[in-house]
Design a protein around this ligand. Sequence first.
Ligand code: PCA
Length: 326
Amino acid sequence: MMAPKLTLTAALAASTLALGASVAMAEKWDMPMAYSATNFHSEMGVVFADKVRDYTGGDIDITVHPGGSLFKGGEIKRAVQTGQAPIGERFMSAHANEAPLLGWDNLPFVATTYADNDKLWAAAKDKVNAQLSDLNLVALYTCPWPGQGFYFKKAVNSSADTQGVKFRSYNTATATFAEALGMVPVQVEAAELSQALATGVAESFISSGSTGYDRKVWEHLTHYYKVNAWLPRNYVMVNKGVWEALDGDTQAEIQKAADETGAACSAKSAELAGWYFEQLAENGMAVEDAGPDFLAELEAIGAKMTADWLASTGADGQAILDAYNN
Ligand code: PCA
């Protein structure tokens, strides 16, 4: 009677081991994203998840949660830092209040084309990654929004027209910009933007044509000025501990998925930029270049903002701009 019992115990132990091993192999990762499901950033998040599943042979199974549905935009970075979520996506310069270097892509009129934005990222990347590492994060890929311009519910020719206007900001830099124009900033997530415009909490904002289109802002606003002040980036970040616990092959497979998705996302952004303007115009908005007086004021404010950023980032910020300008 001893032999069968031993065999049974051994068989049980073996199947438990096998079960344990397969559970450990297929890791399920929830990935909170801040912007709407139909936005290209979110669609590319799904492309990334599919590639990761494919390249890792199903070992890493990512579920995308767009629109701030799992964590609100403003909570995603902390969720990933603390490991509440292993991976997530967020607007990088939203974190510049905590780490000024992360505002590298929010410098007005410094890099206003996709090619220049790429060049600036190449100059900033190592320092930004070091900063993210200090925050317990690893960036897998970044992806630019189209150029940023101003939305209003009236024609605006200069700061004489912007005094006292309630302005939706998306980070500290845009709040500073608004204040310099005499506006009154309030920070609102893109996911809550339509509501803020509908209730009069905000009556102006700076963003791409993409977010204006996503949020159907023609229901509340009338004018878009294509200032093209900067092309800010979203980034997909993973918790550093989670990343370092992966074996090298799995890291390489995920990074390959990330590199391909980042390139495809950037190309998609460039491809859609003009199309968004057409949609705003078709829905009745005046889509125009900023007039010379307004533009001159924006450039003067922008130069001061870049100087402030350099003051807050010291030698690192200067090294990024020097590398970019060379
Ligand atoms: N859309 C995002 C960030 C930049 C952009 O174009 C937003 O307005 O929140």
